[in-house]
Ligand binder design. Structure first.
Ligand code: HOZ
Length: 430
């Protein structure tokens, strides 16, 4: 059993001054019980806690660290930028350089605006969709999570599911009155809703591959129908690629599934581990944003030089040395190994994976939407999580989050993970 006494002391101290002892509920271990571990440092594929325990990390800061912890190119870029100053609240060339790179890598994006988080990007994209179309109604899908934007905090995944809070006190009914929730992958439901309400829809927002109810894959037919219906009814299609952007392919899920949304919401990798979000898309829509147009959106730290440097270094590395074939290879082997371990142990499971994102659901039927995800055995997941942690593997602390493989993971570490899963699952089966 690992000694985590220093983490315990740090958590007790944090509880006195930080609500729940954490700055985001997703990291509180609420879905698995027990106390979070406090991190001292990260290095390559590893995390080290305050007590000196080492863990092979499959969270990667919830997605941004595709290059692993402390990648030398990213560190050097941030140090260089720091030498010139941390923030100016005035334009810098790095902002344009990052914007140019995003526009180059994601063909649906013609112009892009930087913000400081995925939440902020989603919130701004929704406002822009409404401002552009002159309509109010937004469609979202149950179990998709787009940050803690008031109007999108309905049937939300991620920690809003983990903690059993599908929406939240403090969100006035009026804020969600114009949010219409549909089921993911439900083509008939989509058609029916668009038949009745399509001409009132400002935008449809979705995770094109969902990470926030665990990993859920879209059907190509679902994505294609969504594009067709939104186009037909003059509604904007908004892809939330905060997790999938630059991860599933350089051009994100939209490249992988050959789709072209009107707007894309970005976060995580685009900031290389520093707080950055971005939203971009068709130039005619983006030109509605102030000061080019009338839709207001602003931020003192938007385009912050340190964050731009980290984002640029990360995207340049990904462009020059695309890791996607390697990540696919590791992902495939991991999923195969886990599937066979769980199969041998006779544990009901579904292994879901796209590229380097994956989830082991303890569910009897395939997980295709929020309802099927919620049928997972979360008590079994909690036991599995702790067994894995004891074996030095750090997984997302919830059944309803995706795990991430990074470039820093090796084949040997994937095999080590499969062995750990076999042992942890064997305990589960007893
Ligand atoms: N957005 C992350 C994935 N669901 C969770 C991270 C957080 O809320 O702290």
């Amino acid at each position: 059993m690992h000694n985590r006494s220093k983490s315990h002391v740090a958590f007790s101290r944090a509880l006195r001054v930080i609500p729940g002892g954490v700055n985001s509920p997703a990291r509180a271990f609420g879905g698995v019980g027990g106390e979070p571990i406090f991190i001292a440092r990260g290095e390559g594929p590893y995390l080290y806690d305050l007590d000196g325990n080492r863990y092979l990390d499959y969270v990667g800061s919830w997605g941004p660290l595709i290059l692993g912890h402390g990648h030398p190119r990213v560190i050097e870029a941030v140090q260089q930028a720091r030498a010139s100053g941390a923030s100016f609240g005035a334009p810098t060339e790095a902002e344009t350089e990052l914007a140019e790179l995003i526009v180059e890598l994601m063909p649906s994006i013609e112009m892009v605006r930087m913000v400081s988080s995925g939440t902020e990007a989603a919130m701004s994209a929704i406002r822009l969709a409404r401002g552009f179309t002159g309509r109010d109604l937004i469609v979202k899908f149950a179990g998709c999570y787009h940050g803690h934007v008031d109007s999108l905090l309905v049937a939300a995944g991620s920690s809003a599911t983990t903690l059993g809070v599908p929406s939240s006190p403090g969100v006035p009914r009026g804020c969600t009155a114009d949010t219409f929730v549909l089921n993911y992958n439900d083509i008939e439901g989509l058609r029916l809703s668009f038949k009745h309400k399509g001409d009132h829809v400002a935008g449809v927002i979705l995770e094109p591959v969902v990470g926030n109810m665990g990993l859920v894959k879209p059907s190509l037919e679902f994505l294609t129908e969504l594009r067709k219906l939104t186009q037909h009814h003059g509604a904007l299609l908004i892809y939330d690629e905060v997790m999938t952007g630059f991860r599933l392919a350089l051009g994100g899920a939209q490249e992988l599934f050959q789709q072209k949304p009107d707007l894309t919401v970005l976060g995580k990798i685009v900031g290389g581990g520093l707080p950055v979000g971005a939203y971009g898309g068709r130039a005619d829509i983006m030109r509605k944003i102030m000061p080019a147009g009338p839709v207001f959106q602003a931020g003192t730290l938007s385009g912050n030089p340190l964050a731009m440097a980290a984002g640029l270094a990360t995207l340049r590395e990904l462009k020059e040395y695309p890791p996607y074939a390697y990540l696919e290879h590791l992902g495939q082997r991991l999923a195969e190994g886990i599937g066979s371990a769980a199969g041998k142990a006779g544990v009901p499971h579904q292994i879901a994976r796209v590229g380097s994102m994956w989830t082991l659901f303890f569910a009897t039927k395939p997980v295709v939407d929020y309802d099927s995800a919620k049928k997972s055995d979360t008590a079994r997941f909690a036991r599995f999580f702790w067994s894995m942690l004891e074996r030095g593997i750090y997984l997302p602390c919830s059944q309803f989050e995706a795990a991430f493989i990074s470039m820093a993971h090796s084949e040997a570490q994937i095999e080590q993970t499969i062995t750990a899963v076999s042992e942890a699952i064997a305990v589960q089966a007893q």
